[in-house]
Design a protein around this ligand. Sequence first.
Ligand code: AMP
Length: 491
Amino acid sequence: MKFEELNIIEPILKALKDENYKEPSKIQEEAIPSILLGKDLLGCAQTGTGKTAAFAIPTLQLLHNSNKIAKKKKIQSLILTPTRELAIQIYDNFQSYGKNLNLKSAVIFGGVSQKPQEEVLRKGVDILIATPGRLNDLVNQKIIDLSEIEIFILDEADRMLDMGFINDVKKIIRYIPKKRQTLFFSATMPSEIKKLVSTLLVDPVVVEVTPVSSTVDKIKQSLYYVDKANKRKLLISLLKTDEIKSALVFTRTKSDANRLVKYLEDAQIGAKAIHGNKSQNARQEALQSFKDKKIQVLIATDIAARGIDIDELSHVINYGLPNIPETYVHRIGRTGRAGQRGIAISFSDVDEVPFVRDIEKLIKKKIDVVEGHKFPMVNLTPSPKTKATGNRPRTGHNTRVKGTGTQSTSKNTTAGNTNANKTAATGSENTRKAVATGNTNKAKTTTSGNKNTFKSTATGNQNTFRTGATANPNTRTAGAKKNTTRRTSFK
Ligand code: AMP
């Protein structure tokens, strides 16, 4: 399908061409025509699917076609999004797609002085992209008037919930006219979000995009079995090679992230961290330094990194593996976007072996194991910390690592509905559970396959990394003891 077939007006088509977008993604194909017809939309999709363009393109077109705009100087469309980083990204996208139109967009978020934002707003804005806290402040101060909103877009609704913004969102909704078009996006559908959907949307078109296993095939994935104590050394040895010019490194916790920054800096590797304890400014600064290639490594926890779009990201490194397999997919999906080469490297210590298995089950393939590296795993006894509850809460999955030596993994189904869409962030920052959308009466499009995301074709599959030797993780193999490079696989 071509963008031309979606009835998109010429100035936007021209802008899309400049962006080098060749064809619409699945969510764009499904959502744009319905939105242009004025319908409400429920988009079950996460970042990487092209969802921003799916709502930005028709919003720009509808506002452009409405002749009220220039006269009114009132905000016609509001996009609510949970974080400053996302708000800026969405704003940038509106600027790009709308560059040949006469519409004004503005972005507001907290953590910075409100004065410059007030000035922009005073001059008149057609499209406002905002985070909930600052928007509420400015509405309360009567600096922003939402009474003329025609298109309301709620982005990453589930994340709003996670971050405690849901009441702010509800307050804002009270200021918006009841008669409007609403576009609602959420990667998962916890019950609170389902409730919100039922109160906000009228007979919505439902578009569901499940990018999970379809995209990972295109990213070259490899796995290093390594002892926890040696992960830092392994990371440095990889980062010091010429191959990894820049990498987004995921840790499980904020303190792991902080410690790693220090360690990398001591090794003369430029690194900064983004996580929930960092101020908006510090996060933005870290992200910008990374995008500007001033630092080689950006270290992130899942919740802080979600939704962040970094062009030309070649490597994602899972320093700590996530306990929720879908999170792995979301993490590695940050590389290989828009035609770039994507490489995902994961480290697993003995305690993370069950997570590897869960991930492989989800992506329906084995990850290539790198053999012969400098720091092979020798400790094959799971630490007592992971016994019973351990320190890694699992949502929807229970992993039991028994001291007896058997590692068993069992799955809890979160909902019996086959449309259930499950995503969760990991570790202490957040644990989330999604339930089925449950709305069977709506027109639903479930999409899958390659067109859902923009990942590059990865390089070949190097199965040479894998040998057939097997061992129980709880038994020291002779090979491992001698520190050889023999592959130890866990059955
Ligand atoms: P999103 O899911 O909105 O965060 O988009 C993910 C990435 O895909 C962004 O870098 C977009 O610029 C890019 N993108 C969106 N739509 C297309 C398209 N039709 N073709 C190529 N890239 C796209």
